[in-house]
Design a binder for this molecule. Structure first.
Ligand code: FE2
Length: 234
């Protein structure tokens, strides 16, 4: 059953969504551009085989072409006839977060947002040390790049079940590493995402089977796009 657009519940949801988007703006929108519905399945920034051998072409092809696409198709079906039709993806994410009766909308919207962010977090020939300005921020927040690297890998690997590891900036500008489960996003905690690593099994199982730590370490050392993190930091 679709909600009555004139209902008090819908008006309340709309106002909450507006406040949520304002909160997101204060966190800082990411440098990727995300549209309104109908939501698009973003093209990869590089070819399917470009991340090999760290992440193989088959993994990327299934992950992007099947899993990610399914979230887009699901959300476009779910928003039909609701107040979220025509709304920006961020509004759907922030307005449905934490609401049991909006779980399916949140799960699919969050997973589109997270995957768009993940693909942009990776590039062939990435990894290594960040640019000087960001390296200085990392030193301030973690003590050293080596300490950051250790904490980021450990935090990401420790996510129980499906989810995401993140480098984020808090409201005071301090950099932190956090993890989120399933489709959860850092913005709902007032954190600005800079980079992410997908640790759903579909992201690594064909290449690494149960060796999640090997996948995470390889992504950090060989694929992270530090320029994307710099753009997100602003
Ligand atoms: Fe994924």
């Amino acid at each position: 059953m679709h909600p009555n657009p004139e209902s008090a519940t819908t008006r309340r949801d709309f106002l909450q969504a507006t406040a949520a988007v304002a909160a997101l703006a204060s966190v800082g929108a990411p440098s990727i551009v995300l549209g309104a519905s109908p939501f698009t399945h973003m093209a990869l920034p590089w070819g399917e085989s470009a991340l090999a051998p760290v992440i193989g072409a088959q993994t990327v092809g299934i992950h992007h072409g099947k899993h990610h696409k399914a979230y887009v198709d699901n959300l476009n079906n779910l928003v039909k006839g609701t107040e979220f039709e025509g709304q920006p993806l961020e509004r759907v994410v922030m307005a449905t977060a934490g609401k049991a009766d909006r779980q399916a909308l949140f799960n699919n919207a969050g997973q589109i947002w997270n995957h768009d962010f993940y693909w942009h977090s990776l590039k062939p020939g990435g990894g290594g040390k960040p640019p000087a300005a960001l390296a200085a921020r990392i030193d301030e927040s973690f003590g050293s790049f080596e300490e950051f690297r250790k904490q980021f890998a450990a935090m990401t690997v420790s996510q129980f079940g499906s989810g995401w590891g993140w480098l984020v900036a808090d409201s005071a500008g301090k950099l932190k590493v956090v993890k989120t489960g399933n489709a959860e996003v850092p913005m709902t905690q007032g954190l600005k995402p800079l980079l992410t690593i997908d640790v759903w099994e579909h992201a690594y199982y064909l290449d690494y089977q149960n060796r999640r730590a090997d996948y995470v370490n390889a992504v950090i050392d060989k694929l992270l796009d530090w320029e994307f993190a710099v753009r997100n930091l602003g």
